[in-house]
Design a protein around this ligand. Structure first.
Ligand code: SF4
Length: 354
């Protein structure tokens, strides 16, 4: 135990970890290593880096912009912006989509007269879960917009089941098998949260992801790549069930075997055209592994590509840092006068400042 106490602060400090991150790493990696093999800080160092970089959100960030990954994950620079609000909004919405299933009544569902009637019922339950502090504010209409789309999508999904099987004995297909499923996969040292897993009418399973952002379409080449990447990330977590655990109230429970066959990514802004069960393929994971290799290469060489497009100006909290980079400056020098002015202001010689 003394060893644990001694290295605890050291590892936390060296790796700039929060208590929560340390506890997670301790549970997954350190605990066993301390007992199974002689303690070795270099070994742990590699493991911690791996765990911090090789998870779904880290990969997603790397794909979005390598430079942003570098600033946020490697250099640990945090910039508080409105983005935090957007993330909270998305998080709260996901909580509504999850918790509403604790209140939805099966009998009430099967007695609905129409898909529209069911959508209204789900909407009412879901919208009661909007955080109290945000009710009666402008934000509430934002929540309601997405909750209505979610309710419409669920009503459609459920009425497809009615059309196929009728309304008797269909509860296990209507209610999600898992919601907000936290997974820890010890084989690949990855963790992730899966929005939902459904049992389909052929008794196979499909995992799903709800998106509130810009819509991507599966029949579009780039959209498909992006959706398959998302699906590959979840598939990778669940593929080899041998060493896969779900986290239940902080404890690890061995994951039961699932007959996973499909996945779906539903973009609520256009759920009618994006809700589709997509067959899972191992090629989805190959694509994912390519990103992993690129990520490791970039971390090891310290070379991170910059995105440099409209996204930077509209959505990225690191813009002011990037604008100081000569690559950015060169690229945007002849652009929109407004942007040039902003770049000029940032590069204003110290002497010219008041
Ligand atoms: S401003 Fe652009 S290049 Fe810089 S981190 Fe953000 S997305 Fe990447």
């Amino acid at each position: 135990m003394i060893v644990i106490t001694t290295v605890y602060e050291l590892i936390k400090k060296q790796k700039n970890l929060t208590n929560l991150e340390y506890n997670k790493i301790y549970k997954i990696l350190i605990k066993n290593n301390l007992f199974d093999i002689p303690f070795n800080i270099d070994f742990l160092d590699k493991k911690i880096v791996k765990l911090k970089y090789l998870n779904k959100s880290a990969r997603g960030l790397f794909k979005l912009c390598q430079r942003k990954f570098d600033l946020q994950r490697v250099k640990g620079i945090r910039v508080e912006t409105e983005k935090t609000f957007r993330n909270m909004f998305g998080g709260n919405l996901h909580t509504c989509f999850d918790k509403c299933w604790n209140r939805i009544n099966y009998i009430r569902i099967i007695r609905t007269k129409s898909e529209y009637d069911l959508a209204k019922y789900i909407f009412r339950i879901c919208s009661n879960l909007i955080p109290k502090i945000e009710r009666g504010t402008k934000i509430e209409s934002g929540y309601n917009k997405y909750i209505w789309k979610y309710a419409e999508y669920e009503a459609y999904r459920i009425y497809c089941i009615f059309d196929e099987l009728g309304r008797v004995g269909v509860k296990s297909y209507i209610f999600p098998l898992y919601r907000e499923l936290k997974i820890e996969n010890y084989n690949i040292n990855e963790t992730g949260v899966i929005d939902v897993i459904h049992t389909l009418t052929d008794d196979t399973c499909a995992f799903g992801d709800y998106k509130t952002g810009n819509v991507k379409y599966y029949n579009d080449k780039w959209g498909r790549r992006s959706i398959e990447f998302e699906l590959g990330s979840y598939y990778n977590l669940l593929l080899d069930m041998d060493n896969v655990y779900r986290v239940v109230k902080g404890k690890l429970v061995k994951m039961e075997y699932l007959r996973l066959k499909n996945g779906f990514v539903v973009y609520l802004n256009d759920w009618r055209r994006t809700f589709k069960y997509i067959e899972l393929k191992t090629s989805m994971i190959t694509e994912l592994n390519k990103i992993k290799e690129e990520l490791i290469e970039a971390v090891n060489t310290g070379k991170f590509e910059m995105r440099m497009d409209d996204f930077c100006f509209n959505f990225c909290e690191y813009l002011d840092i990037c604008l100081k980079d000569i690559r950015f400056k060169n690229r945007y020098w002849r652009m929109d006068p407004e942007i040039k002015k902003r770049v000029d202001d940032i590069f204003l010689p110290i002497d010219d400042l008041d």
